[in-house]
Design a protein around this ligand. Structure first.
Ligand code: T46
Length: 135
C-alpha cells in the first residue's frame, strides 16, 4: 500500500487571491490534534534535510511556497513526491523514514505536528529504524 496520502485543504479564494484556514481543534481533515506548528525556509542550495523517523509523531507537511522533494521509506518501500502546492498536505505517519531534497530557494515548508518537540522521539540512525520496523 502506498505511503502517499494527501489532504486537500479548502481554498477560500476570491478575486483578491487565496486563503487557507486550519482551525486548531476543529479541522477534520488533519487526522490528529495539532500540538505544534513549525516551518522550514531559506534552505541553503543543495542541502537535504530529515534523514530520520519518529516513534510516535504524526505530521502533515504543506509547501506554502516553492517546492521540495520528499522521500518516504517504511523500511520496505521508498516513495517520493514533490511538495509544491499550498492546498495539499502530505500526511507523514509515525515510524516512516523521511528525507527532503531539492529545496527551491523560495521553499517554505509548513509542518503540522501531533506532539510537542521531543528529541527522544527521533530515530536518527537508518539501521535502528530498520530494526524498529522489523520488530
Ligand atoms: C521532520 C521533518 C519534516 C526544535 O527545537 N523544535 C522543533 O519543533 C523542531 C522541528 C526542531 N527543533 C530543533 C532541533 C534541531 O536542533 O531544530 C533543529 C533542526 O531540526 P532537524 O534537524 O530535526 O530538522 P529537519 O528539517 O531535519 O527535520 C524536521 C523535523 O525535525 C522532523 O520532525 O519530520 O522536519
Amino acid at each position: 500500500m502506498s505511503m502517499i496520502r494527501w489532504i486537500d485543504f479548502q481554498s477560500l479564494g476570491d478575486e483578491r487571491g487565496s486563503l487557507v484556514a486550519v482551525e486548531i481543534g476543529m479541522d477534520k481533515a488533519v487526522p490528529f490534534d495539532i500540538k505544534r506548528i513549525y516551518y522550514i525556509h531559506h534552505t541553503a542550495e543543495h542541502v537535504s534535510r530529515g534523514y530520520h523517523a519518529h516513534k510516535k509523531l504524526k505530521q502533515v507537511a504543506v509547501c506554502l511556497s516553492g517546492k521540495c522533494r520528499m522521500v518516504l521509506d517504511d523500511g520496505t518501500n521508498r516513495e517520493e513526491v514533490w511538495l509544491d502546492c499550498p492546498t495539499k498536505g502530505l500526511v507523514i505517519e509515525e515510524v516512516v523514514w523521511r528525507e527532503m531534497h531539492d529545496f527551491s530557494p523560495d521553499c517554505v515548508l509548513l509542518v503540522l505536528a501531533s506532539e510537542h518537540y521531543d528529541e527522544g522521539d527521533y530515530i536518527r540512525d537508518y539501521e535502528d529504524f530498520i530494526r524498529q520496523v522489523s520488530k
